[in-house]
Design a protein around this ligand. Structure first.
Ligand code: GDD
Ligand code: MG
Length: 323
């Protein structure tokens, strides 16, 4: 099977960080968000096509520098086409059926079992679903006999949500759905296409493991914590000369003498943290400099950002201003 991975969104809810990088390259628990998603794919996947857009060249460069162990190609769109438009634009070489993955979901999910469930019966699509309390940011499914999806509403107000089972952003679809998406214009697959496909047999596949969408500051940090707790952190260890409580992921070239850390921190490549600083439940991206005696909690610091000595940052997104 092949996989189509959507990675072209603007990441507006993570601005200003996403003015500089696509959200999928923000490191969580020691590696880019995108790679935690690719980890879910069965190792025998033939090809992964990344449908890129916003900052596509940075995704290309990152993937070249860090080959993910699966054959990856990218197809960029010149202007954002939405999830459906992106599928139509980049899905030309997909297999029958194919995986469709959002690239900002952090999950414990057996996608081999998802594909198996899809194949067992003649279906147009099988969408992984997860149960959440607050359905507002998600697409919500109503389920009938055999978990057939009988209704699907994208981001409904709570009183109109048909259940608490939401689209987990991991699915298997028949190739034919690509032809149902109008070409060359922005289309939301979830809003404009999925409801019209339900009559042809779309089923839910209920997930039971952890799941989150890392598309906002709060959820991104919650996702990082889930990854650490599941033992999926990489480069885990307190940097040399620093102290504190793990888990902390310190990527190459981190300097942090006499700083204290943790828990739940990623320090990107070449990050410097000054003496007497403390960082917890945060992500500090490549090349950032955190001044002496700073205190960071619940914060994401963008690439190469410099934080002056003594600053206290709580629940912040700190990045370069818009270009
Ligand atoms: N190529 C391309 N072009 N990709 C896009 C575009 C676009 O114009 N817009 C968004 N994407 C990508 C994003 O980068 C992300 O990986 C994925 O499509 C989903 O977009 P989000 O912006 O993160 O959507 P969402 O989180 O509000 O909602 C989606 O995900 C939920 C689960 O996390 C929907 O699929 C919901 O139904 C779902 O519940
Ligand atoms: Mg999302």
């Amino acid at each position: 099977m092949k996989a189509l991975v959507l990675i072209g969104g603007l990441g507006t809810r993570l601005r200003p960080i996403t003015y500089a990088v696509p959200k999928q390259l923000i490191p969580l628990a020691g590696k880019a968000m995108l790679y935690h998603v690719l980890d879910l794919l069965p190792r025998d996947v033939e090809e992964v096509v990344l449908a890129t857009g916003h900052k596509a060249e940075l995704v290309d460069r990152h993937v070249r520098a860090h080959p993910p162990g699966l054959p990856v190609t990218t197809v960029a769109e010149a202007t954002p086409l939405g999830t459906g438009g992106g599928m139509r634009n980049a899905g030309g070489t997909m297999s029958e059926p194919f995986f469709l993955l959002n690239s900002d979901v952090i999950a414990a999910a057996d996608l081999g079992a998802l594909a198996e469930a899809h194949r067992r019966s003649r279906r147009l699509g099988t969408m992984a679903l997860t149960e959440v309390d607050d359905t507002r940011p998600y697409g919500v499914a109503a389920l009938g006999a055999g978990d057939r999806i009988t209704a699907f509403v994208e981001k409904p107000p709570p009183e109109l949500a048909p259940s608490h089972w939401i689209n987990a952003g991991l699915a298997v679809w028949s190739r034919g759905v690509l032809d149902r998406i109008p070409p060359e214009r922005p289309v939301s697959f979830e809003q404009a296409v999925v409801p019209g496909l339900l009559g042809e047999g779309v089923y839910g596949f209920r997930l039971s493991g952890f799941w989150d969408d890392a598309g906002t500051r709060e959820r991104l940090l919650r996702s990082q914590r889930l990854l650490f707790e599941a033992g999926r952190g990489v480069a885990v260890g307190i940097p040399e000369g620093a102290r504190g409580r793990g888990p902390v992921s310190a990527m190459e070239g981190v300097r942090a003498h006499d700083a204290t850390f943790g828990p739940f921190v990623t320090l990107g490549v070449g990050v410097t943290v000054g003496a007497g600083a403390h960082v917890e439940n945060s992500v500090v991206m490549d090349g950032a400099v955190i001044g002496r005696r700073c205190r960071l909690r619940g914060t994401i610091v963008g690439p190469s950002v410099e934080v002056e000595d003594g600053r206290e940052l709580v629940d912040e997104l700190l990045g370069a201003p818009p270009p």
